[in-house]
Write a protein that binds this ligand. Structure first.
Ligand SMILES: Nc1nc2c(ncn2[C@@H]2O[C@H](COP(=O)(O)OP(=O)(O)O)[C@@H](O)[C@H]2O)c(=O)[nH]1
Ligand SMILES: [Mg+2]
Ligand SMILES: [Zn+2]
Length: 302
């Protein structure tokens, strides 16, 4: 039988098989091949042999479509896979409490592009703000390919639209603590016993290896991942010179820069800077590009 791994604890895994949750261990051979217990990840599609009602053994990991990773700096920049087979990222920010920050939005978009994941922008707590103000600033994002949604877990605004987005495949929720991730899921799925990341989010900050990742099945058929670990995805494998390609709208201008190795920061004849001046690229986004660029390292082979 095949199933989907919802949760991984030290040596056991919760696997959804035909709508039932089976507690599984993994076949010794699999551990041996991968040299670690943690080779099976949340989101993996696996082959399971049932050993009793509600218990089984994972025999095989089916090929992964993709994986979301972060870097563990304390372990010499080793890659750590957080979840696999993710279909999209839902970037959640709030208008207030915590305040909206465009820099954060653009950082999350860079991470989405790096991971080849479609991103959807969700601005929550719209009940606390002047919608028109956010709308006029943010309408730029749909024009470069990112769907935009305004929600309120309090008034219910945008909740049906959000539910519709989440109904297919696996959606990873990203966004700082307090923006309303759990509240939004609860608004969609009142029945779900949601302690989504709430315990780990505050108390386990900093304890990178113990971060709990869990995939929650929704009754409409989709799955959501809400984990503090996603926030720490950081810029795994992203180097300074790669950054322009992750600002999708820059791609149209880059080939017209005077220098082929233009960083689009200080060079003369830069088509990106010109596009900013002509109002084709949002100035704030360009500023965020510069800030992010300064925070990145050069590639190790340069
Ligand atoms: N006014 C308002 N408050 C919200 C909204 N969504 C969540 N909150 C509140 O924001 C706080 C943090 O929400 P929570 O769902 O725990 O955020 P999480 O840390 O991202 O999971 C809670 O006090 C919620 O009641 C909203 O749309 N509007
Ligand atoms: Mg939460
Ligand atoms: Zn340039």
């Amino acid at each position: 039988m095949t199933g989907k791994v919802l949760k991984a604890t030290r040596k056991t895994y919760n696997v959804a098989v035909d709508g039932k949750i089976i507690s599984c261990t993994i076949r010794g051979k699999l551990i041996h091949e991968n040299k670690e217990y943690t080779s099976v990840k949340v989101g993996d599609n696996v082959e399971v042999a049932l050993i009793s009602d509600g218990e089984g053994v994972i025999e095989k990991i089916l090929p992964r479509k993709n994986q979301l990773s972060r870097v563990i700096e304390s372990r010499a920049y080793q890659e750590h896979v957080i979840a696999t087979n993710v279909d999209r990222i839902l970037i959640i920010l709030s208008t207030k409490n915590p305040p909206f920050k465009s820099g954060l939005l653009d950082r999350y978009l860079v991470i989405s592009e790096k991971n080849h994941l479609p991103a959807i922008i969700c601005i929550n707590k719209i009940d606390l703000a002047d919608r028109a103000e956010f709308q006029s600033y943010l309408e730029y994002y749909p024009s470069i390919g990112y769907p935009l949604l305004f929600t309120s877990a309090v008034t219910g605004e945008g909740i049906p639209e959000l539910a519709d987005i989440l109904k297919d495949g696996v959606t990873a929720l990203v966004g700082h603590s307090g923006v309303g991730k759990s509240s939004l899921i609860k608004a969609i799925e009142p029945e779900l016993d949601i302690k989504i990341a709430s315990v780990s989010e505050r108390t386990r900050k900093g304890q990178h290896t113990t971060t709990v990742v869990e995939l929650f099945p929704l009754s409409n058929g989709g799955y959501v991942i809400d984990t503090p670990g996603i926030r720490e995805l950081g810029f795994w494998g992203i180097y300074k010179k790669d950054l322009p390609q992750y600002f999708v709208e820059f791609r149209d201008f880059i080939m017209n820069c005077q220098f082929s190795d233009c960083t689009h920061i200080h060079e003369p004849g830069c088509a990106v800077k010109q596009a900013v001046e002509e109002g084709k690229i949002l100035p704030e986004r360009y500023r965020n590009y510069i800030n992010i660029s300064h925070s990145l390292k050069n590639a190790p082979y340069e």
